[in-house]
Structure formats: C-alpha cells, structure tokens
Design a protein around this ligand. Structure first.
Ligand code: PEP
Ligand code: MG
Length: 361
C-alpha cells in the first residue's frame, strides 16, 4: 500500500505548516479512502455515490427502482439497497475517523442505469415480473439524447424522491453507528448535485431534513449534519446569494462548470481540444487547468455572492482542477477553504496549496 516516508514526508510537513487551504480527497471505496489518508487527506470532499451501484446485485435493484411504475416494487428495491449503502458509509466514516466526509446524492446520467442489452432487459423484466416487451418500451421512454444535460443530479432526486430518502437515511444511520463505533463525532456533509435554481435545493433539502428528524427520533442519538450544494452550472454561480440561503456549503464542480460555461461536452472534448492546442488556438485544456477568465470568474462571483448571504460559508472545489497546481493557486486567491482531488494527487495538492499560500502573502 502506498504511503509517504522519509525526506518526502518531512517536506510535506513543512508544506502543511504553511498552507491555509485544507486538502481533501475524492473517494468512494474503502481502498481510496485509506490511500487518501495515507497521503495526508484531511477528509473526503466528494463521495460519488453513483459509483457504488454498478455491481450486479445493486444495479438490478436500481433498475427495478427506476423502471417500475408500482410504488410498492420501487420501495422493495430501495429496501434492498438501504443496508448496503449504510454499510458503505459506515466504513467510510470509520476510515475517516472524525474527519469531514461530503457525500453527494446520486448523480448519474440516467442512461448509465438503464438496461442496454437484450440479456439485461430480460433479467430486469424477470425480476420485476413484467414482459420483456413492456420493459423495453419503458426503457425507450426514458432514453435521453443528451444525458449529461438530462435527468441527472438533483433532477433525479426530484423525479425519484425515494432514492434521496434512501440515501439520506443510509447516511444518517451510518453517522450514528460510526459515531458509536469510533467514539468520534461524525458530522456528515450531504451534497446536492447540479442545482441551477434555489427551489431545487429547497425541495431536496426538505427530504434530507425530514429523514434526519426521523432517524433522530428512532435512534435517540444526537446528529449534526450539513446540507450543501455543488456549484457546477453558470446559473447556480450567478444566483449563489439565493442558493446560499439554503446551502451551508458550496463545492465547485468545475468539471461540469467548465462543460456548461464553454458549451463543450466533457466526454467529447479530447480530440478537438488537442487540435486547438496544437494550432495555438488555446494554450491549456480547460478541463485540466481551470480557465481563470471565464470559469474562474463564475467561481469568484459565486464565492462573493455566497458570502454576502452567509458570512464564512464553507467553500471547496471537487472538480479535477482541485488537484492541478495552477488551479489550486487560483483557489487560494478566491479564499476557498479546501480543495478535493483524487487520492494520488493529495501530496501534490498539499505542496501546491503551500506554494499558493506563500505567493498570496
Ligand atoms: C464536477 O462536475 O466537477 C464534479 C466534481 O462532479 P462530476 O465530475 O461527478 O460530474
Ligand atoms: Mg458534476
């Protein structure tokens, strides 16, 4: 297993004395969380829960949930998923032992959860007790031409509130259990993705708060938690003062914010951006190094607007840029509280954050 040692770890300690921003990791598996801690991560800044549903057993239950038109069947599918999610979160909370953990509600492009092959359709149809033809029809109804701009993020939580309920319950029950097993307070940060309009967050936050009340009443335990949102759409950045009325923290999703600000698909950008670079039309791939003039301007606006409503609102970044030295330097100038990056980038981020703090003095 990787770890830092010798002179390198001494240099990292010096960097830690200088830096102001915290460094967290994007992690959803126990291995990633352990690696992140070994590299010095001070929490999880993004747990992408959609990655937890792709094994055979879980995806079948998720497909039943999404494709069934019977409430009872949807509830049963979620009842299968709840204990698995709870166990996922308990493990993460235990590994992070009192450090902050931000868990994002499900954010897949919907099509990633739909059955694709004949075999998959037959399997789900059988599990649901419907004909393959009927299931195929339902799957086709849900087909999207542009899934990255489709039913994902908080839109999914509004279309299928039961999923958000299940996840919120799993998070809070896990927090109560992990606080007991570790003897450390666990304060989960529940993050709502792809909010563009404050009322979306109001809708989803109510689901989260209602579940928290229920879990509190059932367990008799104390439970502190934060509800916040990603800022990853230009509209969210421009209306961040209104969104901050509901959000206790913002995390900048600069992958989607770059995609939506440039109007360039993050999945298709590679080849032509490379051509642009070769021809000198752009210097940097904006998906790798933050575009300070455009995307960065939106980050600044959102930070200012967020602070104008909620002084000291916790601000972080969890897009790929959170592990890029030049982008980290920009984050320091905006005064973000933390950057979050992939576990193997944590040492680079610690050094870059220190360098940025020196430069900004
Ligand atoms: C982002 O959009 O920057 C982000 C962190 O979320 P994801 O990459 O999962 O869309
Ligand atoms: Mg995103």
């Amino acid at each position: 297993e990787p770890s830092l040692s010798g002179d390198f770890s001494i240099i990292m300690e010096w960097a830690d004395e200088i830096r102001r921003m915290k460094v967290r990791a994007n992690a959803e598996t126990p291995l990633d969380a352990r690696t992140a801690r070994k590299f010095g991560a001070e929490g999880i800044g993004l747990c992408r829960t959609e990655h937890m549903f792709f094994n055979d057993e879980r995806i079948l239950a998720m497909r039943e949930m999404i494709l069934s038109d019977k409430e009872e069947q949807r509830r049963m599918a979620l009842a299968k998923l709840l204990p698995m999610q709870r166990a996922d979160f308990i493990e993460l909370f235990e590994i992070m032992a009192g450090l902050p953990v931000t868990i994002r509600l499900l954010d897949p492009p919907l099509h990633e959860f739909l059955p694709k092959t004949e075999e998959e359709i037959n399997e789900v149809a059988q599990a649901m007790g419907v004909s393959a033809d009927k299931l195929k029809e339902r799957t086709e109804e849900l087909h999207e031409f542009n899934p990255m701009l489709g039913n994902r993020g908080c839109r999914l939580a509004i279309s299928y509130p039961e999923i958000a309920e299940m996840q919120a319950r799993a998070i809070f029950e896990a927090a109560v259990a992990a606080a007991k097993s570790t003897g450390q307070p666990v304060i989960p940060e529940v993050m709502v993705p792809l909010v563009g309009v404050a009322s979306e967050l109001t809708y989803v936050k109510k689901i989260i708060d209602d579940v928290a009340k229920e879990v509190l009443a059932e367990s008799g335990a104390e439970l502190d938690y934060l509800v916040g949102t990603m800022i990853e759409l230009p509209r969210a950045a421009l209306t961040a003062d209104t969104i901050a009325k509901e959000a206790e923290f913002f995390s900048f999703g600069t992958n989607d914010l770059t995609q939506t600000t440039f109007g360039i698909s993050r999945d298709d950008a590679g080849p032509f951006l490379e051509t642009y670079r070769k021809k000198g039309v752009i210097e940097q791939d904006p998906f790798i190094s933050l575009d300070v003039d455009g995307v960065g301007a939106l980050v600044k606006i959102a930070a200012e607007k967020g602070r104008s409503t909620r002084e000291g609102i916790k601000l972080g970044i969890c897009g790929e840029h959170g592990g890029d030295p030049a982008s980290i330097s920009f984050c320091e100038t905006v005064g973000l509280d933390y950057v979050s990056c992939s576990p193997f980038r944590v040492p680079i981020a610690r050094l870059s954050a220190a360098q940025a703090a020196c430069r900004n003095k």
